[in-house]
Design a protein around this ligand. Sequence first.
Ligand code: ARG
Length: 430
Amino acid sequence: MQLWNKGFEPDKLIEKFTVGNDQLLDLRLAKYDVQGSIAHIKMLQSIGLLTKEELDTLLPALEEIADKIEKGEFKIDPGVEDVHSQIEFMLTQKLGDVGKKIHSGRSRNDQVLVDLKLFFRDELKNIAAAADKLFQRLQLLSEEHRDKLMPGYTHLQIAMPSSFGLWFGAYAESLTDDMQMLLAAYKIANQNPLGSAAGYGSSFPLDRQMTTDLLKFDNPHYNVVAAQMSRGKTERAVGAAIAAIAATLGHLAMDVCLWMCNNFGFVSFPDELTTGSSIMPHKKNPDVFEIMRGKCNRIQSVPNELALLTANLPLGYNRDLQLMKDIMFPATSELIDCLEMADFMFQHVIVKADILDNKLYDYIFTVEDVNRLASEGMPFRDAYKKIGMEVQNGEYTPTREVHHTHLGSIGNLATEQIAAKMQKILSQFE
Ligand code: ARG
């Protein structure tokens, strides 16, 4: 049965094809659909489209549905198109004609829009919380291992001394940049589309500010056409943000895979956090970080998928938009999974000490020695030449002294400043 049924049954094949995965995906929107409906009917009562008695009948029935959803007992019945239809059917079944009144002044187009905005608002906060947890873990590790040096590379050739303090701290700070994008997506999502109805507003005198206040949105998405256009635009903002976090996390996962490689051995994990081989008895593989790298790479395809799905769509609602849920819902969940798994793994990371004592890394100290000579008065270019000739002739022996004191370097990690930067961003997620 469809909300739009006019006396003929649509072909079953057509129904299956157009409904797609909505019966499953929409379950994630159910809670928000009820919130949106509660705000909508309170507003309808305020403008005289529902009586006080009707509102008082509808509200407990919606609360009851909310309770079912909370308990995991809510489902979309076979033959029902989506969550919006299911909730309206449930109300009508229970209350008769009053249930049929709640759809005045709205359309499923602004209903799904408001559901999605409320969903993204929560989901972005969940992502922010998971990212913050990893951020804090990385900062902790950065301080704990601040004195352990490691090689820094350029072109994957040994370059200059780095440290585990720098490495962990780098990914922590890098996450703060991604959080700026997450915050931007949050602000775009936090606007009320309700009242845009099918995309062109309504002849009822809807109080859009009232639903905006009830649902705690920053402001209405004022122009009803712009409100409808925000379907897709919101997803693209969220997509860009989650892709940014995924790029950071995927990069970190790649570092771990490389540094767990036997030729490096910079980091390792307890046996039970590694995986084995069915044929090679000695193997301890970094499958967790490989899966993480793969998942994060897939999440980075989200902006592309969204761009292709929505490119050149005509203005106004088009059913193509429904398919964005198939892209977005698994992607945000996967990202949260990856962030939580990274936090879990790093809780147990084992870091190798004294890596740079190996002669393999002698040349990593050349710049230190050039700078030492320059500090003592030798022109930089002459000092460079002197050390360069020593290397060339196989006569270079490093002093192995590392003096990095400026802001953000090995000896001055700026951990507190970076934490303050993160805090400032996080505080705006309300
Ligand atoms: N499942 C639909 C979606 O996600 C709900 C809106 C349906 N609107 C319509 N005009 N058919 O887009």
